[in-house]
Design a protein around this ligand. Structure first.
Ligand SMILES: C[S@@+](CC[C@H](N)C(=O)[O-])C[C@H]1O[C@@H](n2cnc3c(N)ncnc32)[C@H](O)[C@@H]1O
Length: 449
């Protein structure tokens, strides 16, 4: 009798190399790979992958720091690697590229000892059969990067840290000099800005910060946010200084009914509530509205929260409407450097169409005599100045109410000739390059005649 066939036992899975620091590098390379392939935001990818990897907080933090600097300097990193790969990037090499990018980010831009960055990358390349064929190549390139670091850093051109199509648009819209200044600002880590309920000077002193001309508090440090005085008490929230301007420009007064469309996670809702308005916060994302609700709870604030597509949301017209429209977010690249590499030119056209629909609905929700502020965190005029020009053609019952320099701390360079807000990342000089700049924001204030 033939013996029954028994399946061969599965090959024993090789235990993962547990060299200290390797798990952090695995997560960093995975983050770089996934964000570039799937086009998902680094923040949400990190939350998902870090939870699955179950790393020590220090390792998870290091992985995130490596991935963030890798996206901030991706053009420079790729250029430095490619220049040392004589026959180009090897094909079918599995995770070779993200491992090399993560290692180069450490060698060129982070305070990591060279031997740790190189040794861990080599161990990592060994873990995948496809990349293990290129261990000697990877080793040679990384050692050259370490040896030639000073020359590489001296020759950096921040403009290549944005994809070519994006850099070209900045040059077209703002001129070569301003485009270079924007790219240089993006190369710096961003400062931490707070919007305070009251007593900016007092909080600046307690938290070692400076009061910016627009009223936000900019901290000199960046550590331990949730343990700082005033966090648990809900006295302030984190919000880029430029992002704090659109809600101010609406000029909400106590008791006024204000709609905040596309409100989550609620930085601007909190400002409107703090001004004493009765706020209805509308967003189509349930999870993001849950974050808004949690943020308001910490701040001890209340607003009506509505989950809805704002392009179809109907209600009794409001005294004021703030529309913080979904956009390409190219004004936030300094804070979210992955944005430069996940957005595509075709996204801008799609977003422009959605913004127009949202604007038309926002117009219906504004009472006669009421104000409508439209804003985005985009550097693209198509989403901004041109969007409003087209809106005013369609809606002759609205007119611009120009913004005065005094309303934005006297920073006249952030206003267009038509009195619209156009902040750019290189504006707002501070004590050091890291403490300078703000996000790129656009806002236009309209009134319904
Ligand atoms: C720029 S963010 C808003 C930031 C927010 N205003 C703040 O200050 O914290 C854009 C928001 O638009 C929301 N959104 C996108 N399309 C929408 C739509 N059709 N209706 C309602 N909300 C939308 C997104 O869920 C996202 O929360």
């Amino acid at each position: 009798m033939a013996r029954p066939e028994t399946a061969a036992p599965p090959p024993e899975a090789k235990p993962l190399d547990d060299a200290p620091g390797l798990a952090a590098r695995r997560l960093a390379a995975e983050l770089i790979d996934e964000v570039l392939r799937a086009g998902t935001a680094l923040d949400e990818t990190y939350e998902r992958l870090a939870a699955a990897a179950q790393l020590e907080p220090a390792d998870a933090g290091l992985a995130r720091a490596i991935a963030t600097v890798a996206f901030r300097r991706l053009g420079s990193i790729r250029h430095a690697i490619d220049a040392r790969l004589e026959r180009g990037s090897p094909r079918n090499s599995g995770p070779f590229e993200p491992i090399m990018v993560a290692a180069a980010a450490q060698l060129l831009f982070l305070d990591v000892p060279d031997h740790a960055a190189v040794d861990l990358a080599i161990r990592h390349l060994h873990e995948d059969a496809r990349s293990s064929r290129y261990v000697s190549l990877g080793n040679a390139v990384l050692r050259r990067l370490a040896r030639e670091r000073d020359a590489i850093l001296a020759a950096l051109d921040p403009l290549i840290d944005a994809p070519e199509w994006l850099g070209e648009r900045w040059i077209r819209h703002y001129g070569a000099e301003t485009a270079a200044a924007i790219a240089l600002a993006h190369a710096q880590e961003p400062p931490l800005d707070l919007t305070v309920k009251a007593d900016a000077a007092g909080w600046a002193e307690k938290l070692d910060g400076i009061v910016l001309p627009t009223g936000s508090v900019r901290l000199r440090g960046r550590e331990g946010l949730t343990t700082l005085p005033g966090f648990a008490e809900g006295e302030w929230w984190v919000q880029d200084a430029a992002a704090a301007l659109p809600a101010l420009l609406l000029g909400a007064r106590p008791g006024e009914r204000i709609a905040d469309l596309c409100a989550a996670p609620g930085g601007k809702t909190a400002q409107l509530v703090a001004a004493g308005a009765e706020v209805t916060a509308v967003d189509r994302s349930g999870p993001r509205l849950r974050r808004l609700a949690a943020n308001l709870e910490r701040l001890g604030q209340k607003a009506e929260i509505v989950t809805a597509d704002a392009a179809r949301y109907e209600a009794e017209p409001f005294d004021g409407v703030l529309l913080d429209a979904p956009c390409s977010a190219t004004g936030t690249i300094r804070r979210h450097p992955d944005v430069a590499w996940t957005k595509r030119p075709e996204d801008i056209a799609k977003l422009t169409a959605l913004q127009a629909r949202l604007l038309d609905q926002a117009a219906k929700l504004t009472r006669p005599g009421g104000r409508l502020v439209y804003c985005t965190c985009s550097l693209e005029p198509q989403e901004d100045e041109a969007q409003i020009a087209a809106f005013l053609e369609r809606q002759p019952g609205f007119a611009r109410k120009p913004i005065e320099p005094a309303e934005i701390g006297g920073i006249a360079e952030a206003l267009t000739p038509l009195g619209e807000l156009r902040t750019l990342p290189h504006q707002l000089a501070g004590e050091t390059p890291r403490l300078s700049g703000w996000a790129g924001f656009y806002a236009c204030r309209l009134i319904r005649l």
